[in-house]
Design a protein around this ligand. Structure first.
Ligand SMILES: Nc1ncnc2c1ncn2[C@@H]1O[C@H](COP(=O)(O)OP(=O)(O)O)[C@@H](O)[C@H]1O
Ligand SMILES: [Mg+2]
Length: 229
């Protein structure tokens, strides 16, 4: 499903080059739920953004469903992202002037899916994430946990091959965090492949597999070792 080969990334500011990721290699199989763990600044978001095609790596390869996304043109990559990759942000990133249902439908608008089908698919997903009754409300009328449910529904509307989540519970209280993780686990048991960035051991403890980043190097497992950052 996902294969990372000798992936390195550096940020350049002026003359200075800051290496952030060092020759990473790993695979994620279809149906897996992987927690990407590491303290603040260890490179988690950088790795996630690379895997989701939001930026290009300095070197190395990222294969999703057999396709090397780092080689794609901007247009091809944008199209591939829209159809194969879901993304869940810590801060939800919902469009404030669209209703909950319209937010969930939005990725399909770019795929010229007929409006009645968009509506049906959005409502089915809103039911699945437990907030069908909120479909005509606006994001500002919802709690943080409910907004994250909308964002999760939106990430799934195109039936993506893989869904990336960057600290999806980072803005939520402990009880709501547990509810959102329960939902993600439930979706995973229904076949969705997830890579979830977190620095919460509580989240990582509940996933099948842990990848740990330390200073841009990858350690598999070792959930007891790192400190939450
Ligand atoms: N756009 C950028 N330009 C320069 N340095 C960056 C940029 N984004 C991240 N970094 C640096 O890369 C390192 C890893 O950052 P990040 O991937 O955001 O870590 P994490 O998500 O694990 O907290 C940090 O040292 C950060 O300062
Ligand atoms: Mg981060």
């Amino acid at each position: 499903m996902l294969a990372i080969e000798r992936l390195s990334h550096s940020f350049r500011t002026g003359q200075e080059e800051t290496p952030v990721l060092h020759e990473l290699n790993f695979r994620v199989e279809q149906g897996e739920m992987v927690a990407l763990l590491g303290s603040s600044g260890s490179g988690k978001s950088t790795l996630l953004n690379l895997m989701a095609g939001l930026m290009k790596p300095t070197s190395g390869s990222i294969l999703i469903a057999g396709q090397a996304i780092e080689k794609m043109s901007e247009n091809r990559l944008a199209e591939f992202r829209r159809t194969h990759i879901g993304f869940i942000f810590q801060s939800y990133e919902l469009i404030p002037h669209l209703t909950v249902r319209e937010n969930v439908e939005l990725p399909l608008v770019f795929q010229s899916v007929a409006s009645h089908e968009r509506k049906q698919r959005a409502l089915a997903l809103l039911q699945q994430v437990g907030i069908m009754d909120k479909s005509d409300m606006f994001p500002s009328q919802l709690s943080g946990g409910q907004q994250q449910r909308v964002s999760i529904a939106r990430s799934l509307i195109t039936n993506p091959a893989i869904v990336f989540a960057d600290e999806p519970t980072g803005n939520l209280d402990t009880k709501t965090e547990k509810e959102i993780i329960d939902l993600l686990i439930d979706l995973n048991q229904n076949g969705i492949t997830f890579v979830i960035v977190t620095h919460e051991h509580e989240v990582a403890r509940r996933t099948q597999r842990i990848l740990q980043l330390r200073d841009g190097y990858l350690l598999e497992g070792n959930e007891q070792e790192g400190e939450a950052g």
